[in-house]
Design a protein around this ligand. Sequence first.
Ligand SMILES: [Zn+2]
Length: 246
Amino acid sequence: MKPKEISLNTPHEESVKSTDKTKNRILPIKHFDKETGDAHANASVETPMRMDAFDMSDKDKIIQIESHFRSIMEVLGLDLTDDSLAGTPQRVANMFVKEIFSGLNPANKPHPALFENKYHYNEMIVEKSITFFSNCEHHFVPIYGKAHVAYFSTGKVIGLSKINRIVQYYAKRPQVQERLTMQIANEMQSVLKTPDVGVIIDATHLCVSSRGVGDTNSQTGTAYFSGKFKDEVIKTEFLNYINANT
Ligand SMILES: [Zn+2]
């Protein structure tokens, strides 16, 4: 099957962080492209978290979510004494905390080992088609797709599977695609100490395909280019790698 051609319109600008110490979170820094609708326009690069987000243990979070999710199911009129439903509140609570939202907790952040760039390979390094599953923070239904990540080494290189781990960590949060794109790019810049990073994400949002307008064909593309990737030639080379039929 021929991969879908990916093309880009306006690339996102490099981010400039501004921090409001009183709230301990990074303020919205820019408005994004309107591809995903106005509801997404004010996304900031940091996931909005409360300062007390990790005062409660994972164990206590699971207990509370189980109880709240049980209430939701009861309000919906479901019979929780049914064998098939009885364990659902606990399954959902475990899944939220230990799996699909485990990337909210900095304790789960990957710390990839770096290697010397012994071969002095100074060309673009691309890890393409990294499959990820995330969830839309507006509806809590899945977003899934492919992330393509590229960088130029400034002396260190990262194991390719580690790029995958960075993508998975940021995907395991309630997300908007623009933020996911930027969080991956920012982490790559910070880990590799290079300004030269490109990230492209092509994803399907179930909040668009399975509800709302019910469009089962649309996909959303987001891109972040910084450093050398702002150069049209470099950008085109990256896109060619992604679109290559290999
Ligand atoms: Zn949504």
